[in-house]
Design a protein around this ligand. Structure first.
Ligand code: RUB
Length: 294
């Protein structure tokens, strides 16, 4: 049973039944909290390693796991594990609410916001601005191949926000109608480069060329303590079947399916975090202080 709860959580993350960087961090933390721990380092370290191996690009996963393991080992065993997991989960929920609060000021009355993929971090300011009574529109890019944009428009519609869906390649044509781009992050390197759903980096280039500011909305536990630049973060490449059905193209043709990309920090106007809307220097410094990284 002990290992089963970890194996199930790892499979949920690998299969994308649970997806989105913050959610996978929270899911892993929760699973650790459920582990009937015998109090030994070896059991906890094995569970942590299994969870961390589930997906490679979102540092929220190892950051969440490492936090829970570190705190659990400090406390009275084995009860400290559940408490550490709950602490991370509480922090993550609070951080998302704070991102909403800080980011809402960027969403102006009558404006149009473009977003990509399905990021709870990017949605939080939109929900908060709508709750404050502001009216605005959101365009969500479809986000091939998983089409997470459909989830985004569904969530926006439920909150009463005017939402449109567009294919990814329409970004250039639609950006002149937009005032702001909000994206999430799976990881943020120490130089401020953002690793997020594939298409985000190209969108940033287009937004810059169109003069539309792009902000990255992310909890500080998305900062990658070991990545100097975005190039140090492994980019997950997933199965062919996510892109084409069997028989749709000749078998000899290779299919590439990198699911994240790197946005150059120079293209990011600011980072909307639980600590406020930060410049990249403040982001790194604040995240290091918050999580005790050197
Ligand atoms: C999701 C994705 C999201 C970030 C941030 O990719 O790239 O933009 O994870 O999400 P996938 P959040 O669908 O492959 O997991 O702000 O919810 O943490």
């Amino acid at each position: 049973m002990g290992v089963k709860v970890i194996e199930q959580a790892a499979e949920d993350i690998r299969s994308m039944r649970v997806r989105g960087a913050a959610k996978i961090g929270r899911h892993a933390a929760h699973a650790l909290g459920e582990l009937p721990w015998d109090g030994t380092d070896a059991t906890l370290d094995a569970a942590a390693a299994a969870l961390k191996a589930a997906r490679p690009s979102a540092v929220s996963l190892p950051n969440a796991v490492d936090f829970v393991v570190r705190e659990a080992k400090k406390g009275p065993r084995p009860g400290s594990l559940r408490a550490a997991a709950a602490q991370f989960e509480r922090h993550a929920a609070g951080a998302l609410a704070d991102i909403g609060r800080h980011g809402a000021a960027l969403v102006r009355e009558g404006s149009t916001v473009l977003t990509i993929c399905n990021s709870q971090g990017a949605l939080a300011p939109l929900f908060e601005a709508a709750r404050a009574g502001r009216r605005f529109s959101v365009i969500a890019l479809e986000t091939r191949p998983w089409r997470q944009g459909l989830l985004t428009v569904g969530q926006l519609h439920k909150e009463g926000i005017d939402a449109s869906l567009a294919v990814d390649s329409a970004a250039w044509s639609l950006l002149p109608e937009c005032d702001l781009v909000l994206t999430g992050a799976d990881s943020i390197a120490r130089n401020g480069d953002v690793i997020n759903k594939v298409g985000t980096g190209g969108l940033a280039v287009l937004a810059k060329a169109r003069g539309v500011p792009q902000f990255c909305c992310a909890e500080t536990f998305k900062l990658h303590p070991r990545a100097a630049t975005g190039m140090d973060v492994p980019i997950e490449e997933r199965e062919v079947a996510e892109v084409v059905a069997p028989g749709e193209i000749p078998e000899a043709v290779r299919v590439r399916n990198p699911v994240f990309d790197v946005t150059d920090h120079a293209l990011v106007k600011g980072y909307v975090t639980e600590l406020g809307v930060l410049s990249r220097d403040r982001l790194v410094e604040s995240a290091q202080r918050q999580w005790g990284w050197s």
